[in-house]
Design a protein around this ligand. Structure first.
Ligand SMILES: Cc1cc2nc3c(=O)[nH]c(=O)nc-3n(C[C@H](O)[C@H](O)[C@H](O)COP(=O)(O)O)c2cc1C
Length: 219
């Protein structure tokens, strides 16, 4: 190397934070999605969000009009604190199959579908790519990147169970919306913290959303 070449210290250059896709579909448990979004944003993540039509409805039905998609960032700031502004939220239309996350060439590190309806689960299991949620999930699978599916339904039919197996065989992590009770949750937010923590762990993030198990239930 020529001695005249400028020495570049990579440490002096800002590096873009990781990009994660979050899809919200029409299953019960919108609070799991908002808690996950807030936790990712608070750690400076760029989150690319896509919400299905019924996902939009469930956000409003379960969390109130303030949680409508066009007001999502202010809802997150109000409910979870100003720290969420450390990250960046980009909203994509579920009809836009030309969005960044529809392509494997886009550097999206991983994706969670939270909550995941049985309809979207079926679409992902069969590689249908009928909308951006399904296409982005398909991209994660074909690129061998992290895809976390948080299904919610009870009871489940045999086709639904089989669709979970298909997704797991294709490389997705099935992380059912099943919060634990040994952490002694007192509020709905405690339950949401637990699920969001599990999702962050599955995407490779450290977090303090619930205390690690110590061998004894907390007093
Ligand atoms: C209030 C409400 C709650 C619902 N809860 C669930 C659910 O927990 N799981 C599920 O698979 N579908 C649920 N559905 C049905 C889905 O929203 C419906 O199948 C929808 O077509 C899913 O479309 P999407 O996957 O594009 O969001 C619910 C619908 C409504 C209106």
């Amino acid at each position: 190397m020529s001695s005249e070449m400028p020495v570049i210290d990579p440490g002096n250059h800002p590096r873009p934070g990781p990009t994660i896709a979050i899809a919200i579909t029409g299953a019960s448990g919108a609070i799991y999605a908002t808690r996950t979004l807030a936790a990712l944003l608070a750690r400076g993540t760029h989150v690319e969000v896509v919400v299905s039509d019924y996902g939009r409805r469930l956000l409003r039905d379960e969390l109130g009009e303030g949680a409508s998609v066009d007001r999502l960032m202010s809802f997150l700031e109000e409910k979870y604190g100003a720290e969420v502004s450390a990250g960046r939220l980009t909203l994509h239309s579920n009809r836009d199959l030309g969005a960044t996350i529809a392509s494997g060439s886009h550097g999206c590190r991983g994706m969670a579908i939270v909550p995941c309806s049985m309809k979207t689960l079926a679409g992902v299991a069969h590689g249908l790519s009928r909308n951006l949620v399904e296409r982005a999930a398909d991209v994660m699978l074909k690129e061998r990147r992290a895809l976390v599916i948080v299904p919610r339904e009870t009871p489940m039919s045999l086709p639904q169970l089989r669709n979970m197996v298909l997704c797991a065989e294709a490389g997705a992590m099935i992380l059912p919306a099943m919060p634990a009770f040994y952490q002694m949750p007192r509020t709905l937010d405690d339950l949401a913290d637990f699920m969001a923590g599990k999702i962050l762990s599955a995407l490779g993030f450290d977090h303090e959303l619930y205390p690690p198990w110590t061998g004894q239930v907390p007093s």
